[in-house]
Design a protein around this ligand. Structure first.
Ligand code: NDP
Length: 477
């Protein structure tokens, strides 16, 4: 019982996380269902630090210092449940089981509640940054009890990414809060990736630029407000040449994007909470559209594409417009994502500090970006901020982008290029700030066919009109 912490699941994520702990001076117990993977870690990386390999779960648990901390990094779903059950049987009151895989937050709530009854702490923790992040410093989003964070927080903070000396890890909130926030992080990632791709698409189709030339534009953008990991890798990918064909790499890839489900979870959850995450939703649907082979074939056969492509007189202006539109659309997607976190916190009783979430996303994770500082500052200025877009800094930033954003969406619509994230975020921006929405008519229609009642602008109370009779209005309460 000497190890500070243990990791079970020695596939790419788990082994990298274990090596990260070991490289940071922690004694790490390691385990995997099939022993071969554990042996491979020891053979290849055993000299990086103090590892304590074990062949069985019992041996693994016995090698941990009390209160024990065991991190599970196995396939999400059934396998995670199986490993939790196995470890729980072997552990004692006060011990901590961490699920660092990509679990759905409702599973985490269920698992936390079951283990609490057994006197164990269960921590659902988001870990972002892919395999590279797991090894060199991810962004870590742990949920669970404060007590469990006291034990594992210092270790997680040490192995996480650091920005300006601050760890990209903090206690997010109780039970499923960590996995909830990780889910929304991934949703925002979908929106970011899609809107970047829309900007690329317009430069390619509207300006006729080649991949490498577009890569230059992204590299340039990465020096300004848009500076981020995703813009940086976009430039790199666009500059990459395919070794087999000699063509730009992006041009030889099938235009069908896959998904593992966290974007869909974000959207499904937002629908249940009634939060409009239109940027994330359109980005998720865009992946589905791309993969809808039968539909795309049927459409291409009869519906001519890209009719009436408009001329662009000033190419530099168009690229500048795209940069501004990208920034504005991105701000809306983040604002919507933070709305979802706030709504989730309210629904599930989590005390989540929104500014801290932006802070721990500044390094290690896929959406790491310079501008996240601005989000933290906005919530520092006003922790009760109802809408991120309404913060004074963002209001001013968006104002600078709006005319360009409209020109981009108008150009794309008139020319026949799809820009689902550029356009849906602009529509949201126009809706959320509108004096009056057509929802009044929707409510009247609902009252007409379903007696769903309505409220008036000039009087308190709930009303209904007898539509099929004398159309007399009556007060309902
Ligand atoms: P995989 O998701 O490919 O899972 C493989 C591991 O799960 C192996 O160690 C395997 O053991 C183990 N396993 C599978 N079934 C069982 C079972 N029934 N009982 C015990 N162990 C089982 O590994 P990854 O490293 O890619 O991912 C691990 C977790 O991290 C997943 O939840 C994934 O969603 C998440 N992830 C997160 C990323 C991120 O950026 N945060 C990126 C990638 C993944 P065996 O060798 O014996 O088969």
């Amino acid at each position: 019982d000497v190890a500070d912490i243990g990791v079970t699941g020695m596939a790419v994520m788990g082994s990298n996380l274990a090596r990260n702990f070991a490289r940071n001076g922690f004694k790490v117990a390691i385990h995997n269902r099939s022993v071969g993977k554990t042996e491979k870690v020891i053979d290849s990386y055993g000299t990086e630090g103090e590892f304590y390999p074990s062949e069985s779960a019992a041996e693994f648990v016995a090698s941990l210092q009390k209160p024990r901390v065991a991190i599970i990094m196995v396939k999400a779903g059934g396998p995670t449940d199986a490993v939790i059950d196995e470890l729980a049987e072997l552990m004692d009151e006060g011990d901590i089981i961490v699920d660092a895989g990509n679990a759905l937050y409702t599973d985490t709530i269920r698992r936390e509640s079951a283990l609490r009854e057994k006197g164990l702490h269960f921590v659902g923790s988001g870990v972002s940054g892919g395999e590279e992040g797991a090894l060199n410093g991810p962004s870590i989003m742990p949920g669970g009890t404060k007590e469990s964070y006291d034990r594992l927080g210092p270790m997680f903070e040490k192995i996480s990414a650091h920005v300006d000396g601050a760890p990209c890890c903090t206690h997010v909130g109780a039970d499923g809060a960590g996995h909830f926030v990780k889910m929304v992080h991934n949703g925002i990632e979908y929106a970011d990736m899609q809107v970047i791709s829309e900007a690329y698409d317009l430069m390619s189709k509207a300006l006729g630029k080649g991949a490498s030339e577009i890569g230059d534009v992204f590299a340039e953008w990465n020096k300004g407000d848009l500076e981020s990991f995703l813009i940086e890798i976009t430039a790199e990918v666009l500059h990459h040449q395919d070794a087999t064909s000699g063509k730009p790499f992006v041009d030889v890839i099938l235009d069908q994007a896959a998904q593992k489900g966290t974007g869909a979870w974000t959207v499904q959850t937002a629908l249940s909470l009634g939060v409009p995450v239109t940027g994330i939703a359109e980005a998720t649907f865009a992946r589905s559209t791309s993969g809808g082979t039968a539909q795309r074939e049927a459409a291409r056969a009869v519906l001519p594409a890209e009719t009436q492509q408009l001329e662009i007189s000033d190419e530099a202006q168009f690229v500048d417009d795209l940069q501004k539109a990208l920034y504005a659309a991105k701000l809306v997607s983040y604002s919507q994502g933070f709305d979802e976190i706030a709504a989730g916190a309210k629904e599930f009783g989590w005390d989540i500090n929104l500014g801290d979430m932006a802070k721990i996303w500044r390094g290690g994770c896929i959406i790491r970006a310079k501008f996240l500082n601005r989000i933290t500052e906005a919530y520092d200025r006003n922790p009760e901020l109802a809408l991120l877009l309404a913060d004074e800094y963002f209001t001013a930033e968006i104002a600078k982008c709006v005319p360009a954003w409209r020109r981009v969406v108008a150009y794309a619509a008139a020319s026949g290029f799809p820009v689902p994230v550029f356009s849906s975020t602009l529509s949201y921006y126009d809706a959320v700030r509108a004096e009056r929405l057509p929802a009044a008519l929707v409510q009247a229609q609902r009252d007409y066919f379903g007696a769903h009642t309505y409220q008036r602008v000039d009087t308190e109370g709930t009303f209904h009109v007898e539509w099929s009779e004398d159309r007399r209005e009556s007060k309902q309460d």
